[in-house]
Each structure stands twice: as structure tokens, then as C-alpha cells.
Design a binder for this molecule. Structure first.
Ligand SMILES: [Zn+2]
Length: 75
């Protein structure tokens, strides 16, 4: 008969829980990251005057460059 120590049982229980939480966290993190990067592409603007690349999260046809202050139109 195999004798199992209660502390060993608790250790494995905590380890298993941690692995499950970690897996869920990583999976959720990857999904969130992918969604963010897809959304992020829409927000990237390139200034026609100074070629500055910046992010404007507002969904507008015209965006103001934070560097030179000129207005850029959505392609
Ligand atoms: Zn600019």
C-alpha cells in the first residue's frame, strides 16, 4: 500500500490549481493580445507632413498629428 502524505496531497492540489489558472490566464492573454493588435492596426496613422507614425484610437476620418499638429485624412 502506498502511503500518501497529506502535505504532498495539498501540494499537488495547489500545483494543479496553479497550472489550470496559468493555462486559462495564458489562453485569455493571447486572445486579448490578438484582439488588441487587430484593433490597433485601425488606429495607426501616418502623418503626411512629417511621416510621424502615431496611434489615434478615435474612429474619425481626420486625425491630428501630435508631433506637427497637421491634419491627416484616412486613406
Ligand atoms: Zn506630423
Amino acid at each position: 500500500m502506498i502511503k500518501i502524505d497529506i502535505s504532498l496531497l495539498i501540494f499537488f492540489y495547489i500545483l494543479f490549481s496553479a497550472v489550470v489558472i496559468l493555462l486559462v490566464w495564458i489562453t485569455a492573454g493571447y486572445k486579448e493580445k490578438r484582439d488588441f493588435s487587430l484593433k490597433d492596426v485601425e488606429y495607426i496613422w501616418k502623418c503626411m507632413v512629417c511621416s510621424n507614425v502615431y496611434i489615434n484610437s478615435r474612429h474619425e476620418d481626420i486625425s491630428e498629428c501630435p508631433l506637427c499638429g497637421s491634419y491627416n485624412k484616412r486613406d
